[in-house]
Design a binder for this molecule. Structure first.
Ligand SMILES: NC(=O)c1ccc[n+]([C@@H]2O[C@H](COP(=O)([O-])OP(=O)(O)OC[C@H]3O[C@@H](n4cnc5c(N)ncnc54)[C@H](OP(=O)(O)O)[C@@H]3O)[C@@H](O)[C@H]2O)c1
Length: 321
């Protein structure tokens, strides 16, 4: 099969589109013929390596998994002997941390759900990491409730565009923070208020929130904490490295002072949440925002574009059938 291969950590120029062995499913896995995949910041970490911030040393490490790519959607071609829920021919979406930018991938059935018939492979491929992160951040870490005042920073990216829609499906009052060109999109996704961060600083308005989802944080944790209501929660999933480190170091300490909470978390891909998202997709309660589409062979270009940091929603890779 053809796949996007990363033999050495580094920038997208080092990726190769080449022939590799088609993987074979182990007992709990299914083999999927991939129709579409989507690009996540996670793929940049897989490509640049764990020491991406020290490239001279980092590039000497060897990638453990050479085929990168997480989110996929496609058809089941073969199943391992312990697979119970899925069978040959099923249309599925999901993914694991690697192996997705290819014509075929093997994924455990625990990390897959059935794709609804009225949802395209491209839309389904857009969902996994970004939407699961948004869902788990709002529901599990943020304890979102109907009527909560929720602010989403980084509202126009992969995580943020799903977060607006998922927060609205919980009945929250949503404020989205994004740049000028994304204001209309955020509004069309259901945001009750949109703050253009190039014109207004939400932390200066005096408004307080029950839940702030930091999909892309670029300020000190103390600033976000001040914008919370008494029992408010600040859930961080991504942003600038220095800001994330500050949150990781101080979250526990700050959560022990007063009634406000701060937390960082890593999403967990699982079939139960994917199935919940499939139901929301089928009912059109969430609709993926797709910025650009590239062919699988042009994955390096797609990664380069996403790394510029201003993609609106998701970047998709299509696999010729
Ligand atoms: N913890 C986890 O499990 C987990 C899972 C998934 C992702 N993440 C992390 O979450 C972050 C977001 O992921 P993603 O997939 O949404 O990334 P993404 O799609 O690449 O995010 C791009 C978006 O970020 C927005 N943005 C850039 N600078 C901003 C700023 N200063 N203020 C507000 N928005 C800004 C851009 O909007 P404008 O063009 O309008 O600026 C753009 O729409 C990444 O850091 C990723 O690593 C973490």
């Amino acid at each position: 099969m053809k796949a996007i291969v990363c033999e050495q950590y580094g920038p997208p120029d080092g990726l190769q589109f080449k022939e590799v062995a088609t993987p074979a499913p182990v007992d709990d896995e299914v083999l999927i013929k991939i129709c579409a995949a989507s690009v996540n910041p996670l793929d940049s970490y897989s490509m640049r390596g764990p020491l991406f911030f020290l490239p001279i040393i980092g590039r000497r490490l060897k990638p453990e998994h050479q085929v990168i790519g997480c989110d996929i959607a496609g058809r089941v071609e073969a199943v391992g002997k312990d697979v119970k829920r899925l069978q040959e021919g099923d249309e599925v979406f999901g993914g694991k941390s690697w192996g997705g930018f290819a014509e075929y991938a093997c994924v455990s059935e625990d990390k897959l759900a059935i794709k609804p018939a009225n949802v395209s492979f491209e839309d389904a491929a857009a969902v996994t990491v970004a939407a699961i992160t948004a869902l788990q951040a709002l529901r599990d870490k943020g304890s979102i409730q109907s009527g909560h005042k929720v602010l989403i920073e980084g509202a126009s990216g992969g995580v943020g565009t799903f977060a607006i829609q998922i927060a609205k499906s919980f009945g929250a009052d949503v404020t989205a923070v994004c740049s000028t060109r994304n204001v209309d999109t955020a509004r069309s996704l259901g945001a009750d208020r949109v703050i253009d961060y190039t014109r207004e600083d939400f932390t200066q308005s005096g408004q307080r929130y029950d839940l702030i989802l930091g999909a892309n944080i670029h300020r000190s944790v103390f600033v976000y904490r001040r914008a919370l209501n008494r029992d408010g929660i600040f859930v961080v999933v991504g942003g600038g490295l220095a800001r994330l480190l500050q949150v990781m170091l101080l979250a526990r300490l700050l959560s022990g002072i007063g009634s406000k909470k701060v937390c960082f978390f890593i999403a967990n891909i699982n079939a139960k949440d994917l199935t919940l998202l499939a139901n929301l997709l089928e009912a059109r309660k969430i609709v993926p925002v797709i910025d650009r589409r590239y062919r699988l062979s042009d994955a390096a270009e797609a990664l380069r574009y996403r790394e510029e940091g201003h993609a609106q929603g998701k970047v998709i890779l299509t696999v010729e059938q």
